[in-house]
Write a protein that binds this ligand. Structure first.
Ligand code: SF4
Length: 63
């Protein structure tokens, strides 16, 4: 499964980076970066938590 972020609606609050820092990174200029784009078992819980916590519903996963 691939992780997708709709950067057009992301408000760069960093909640996803808090939930899954191995996947999401907010840089010093408040730009969000995906450190990886494929869901693997060891990061699945973190990605799901990030999806739940994102107030903009900007994160999704797709096959
Ligand atoms: S939680 Fe959502 S709005 Fe916040 S930085 Fe992550 S993708 Fe953007």
């Amino acid at each position: 499964m691939k992780i997708d972020v709709n950067f057009g609606i992301c408000e760069a609050n960093g909640l996803c980076a808090g939930a899954a820092p191995e996947v999401f990174d907010l840089d010093d200029d408040d730009n969000l970066h995906l450190l990886r784009d494929t869901v693997t078992p060891e990061i699945e819980d973190g990605v799901q938590a990030a999806i739940r916590q994102c107030p903009r519903h900007a994160i999704s996963v797709e096959d």
